[in-house]
Design a binder for this molecule. Sequence first.
Ligand code: ATP
Ligand code: MG
Length: 410
Amino acid sequence: MSSKLQPARGTRDMIGADARRHNAVADTARRIAGLYGFEEWFTPIFEDTRVFSRGLGDTSDVVAKEMYSFEDRGGESLTLRPENTAGVCRALVTNGLTQSLPQKAFYAGPMFRYERPQKGRYRQFHQIGCEILGAAEPLADAEVIAAGWQIIQSLGIAEGVVLEINTLGDAESRDAYRAALVAYFSAHAEQLSADSKTRLEKNPLRILDSKDAADRALVEGAPLITAHLTAGAAAHYAAVLRYLQGFGVPLRENPRIVRGLDYYSHTAFEFVTDRLGAQGTVMAGGRYDGLVEEMGGPPTPSVGWAAGMERLALLMEDAGRTPAAARPVAVVPMGDAAETPALAALQALRAAGTHAEMAYRGNLKRRLERANKQNARAALLVAEDGGLQWKDLDAGTQVAVSLAGLAGLQ
Ligand code: ATP
Ligand code: MG
C-alpha cells in the first residue's frame, strides 16, 4: 500500500462518543415517533434511479448535481438514495399499501449526496424521518411537525432551535406566484448567478433557495407567495398554524422557505438553529401531495420531514448531552484457581441483565487498575473457594454476596 488508507472524502467513522450520540438520536426518535403511531420502514439503500429522478422537470440541486448514480453490471441505472421520502412512496405503491391509508412511516439510515464536505455536511450522512401518507388534512401536517418537535425536545437540544414555517400553496397559487417571480427576476436577470438563470426558465421558485450571495440579495426583494394564495390554500395554512398552537409548538412564519426538493406543495417548514454555522437547518419537510402518483400510485396526499442525524448529534454535543459510556461491573478472580468460579459469577450477572466484564489476564493489582480505567461501578472479587465480595468502587464499601444474590444487586 503506497499511502495510508483514509475514509473516502465526505465520509466518517463513528466510534465511542460519536457512536453513542448517533444511537441516542436514532433510539430517541424511534421511541417518540412510536408515541405518535409511526412504524419503522426499511427501504433499500439503492434504488432504480427513476425513483429519485422523475423527468426533466427536476431542478433541485439534489437531483441535478448531488446524486451518486451508477450503472451496475447488468446495465441498470441505480442511485444511492439521497433521501428517503421517494423510497417510502415507492414502497407504499410496491407493497399495495395505498389500499390502507393513512400510513405512518418512520425511518433512520444513511443517505448519499455528492457535495462539498464541511462541518455538518457530508457525502454519506444519516437522516431520521417521519412521513404520514394518505392524509390531506392540515391536522396531519401539524401532527408530524409536533412529533419532530418532541424529538428535538427529548434530545435536550430544543434551546435555540425554532420552527420556521411557510406555505407554497396549491398548484393554482403557485402558478400565479411563479408568474410574479418570473416578472421580478427577469427584470434583474443580469444580476442572477448562472445557475439561477437556468432556474428562471425551469423553476423560478428554486431561486428562492439559492445559496449564492448575489441571488440572496435579489431574493430579499422578491414578491411573497402570501399575496397569491387561493382561498383553499390560505385556509389549509391557517388551520396548520392553529393546530400547531393546539399542540403547543412554538413557530415563526418565514415566507422565504421553499425547500430543497421539487415535490412540495402547501406546508413547508424547517427547524433551524444559529448554532451550526451555515448548516443551520436540522429538520426540514413539508407536504408532497403529488409524489406517490409520480411513483405510479393513486393520488395520495402526504406530509413529512427528514432531519440530519449528524446535525442533531452536533447539537447534543454542544448542549453537553453526550450519553456516558456504560459502566461495567468488573469481575476479578483472586488467583488462577478463582477463574472458573469467576466465570459462573460473570455469567450470573449477565443473565441478570448487568453489564459485566472480566479481563483476559493479569494479577489482582492489574485487574483493579483496569477496572478503574474502564470506570467500572463495582468490582466483584471472587475467591478461590468461590466466595464473592461486592466492592462498590464509588462508595468504597465492600459486602459479601452469594451467587444467587447477584440478580438482586442491580
Ligand atoms: P441544505 O440546505 O442544508 O443543503 P437540504 O435542503 O439539501 O439542506 P433536505 O434534503 O431537506 O436538506 O434534508 C433534510 C435534512 O437533512 C437537512 O435539513 C439536514 O439536516 C440534513 N442534510 C441534508 N444534506 C446533508 C448533508 N450533506 N450532510 C449532513 N446532513 C445533511
Ligand atoms: Mg442540500
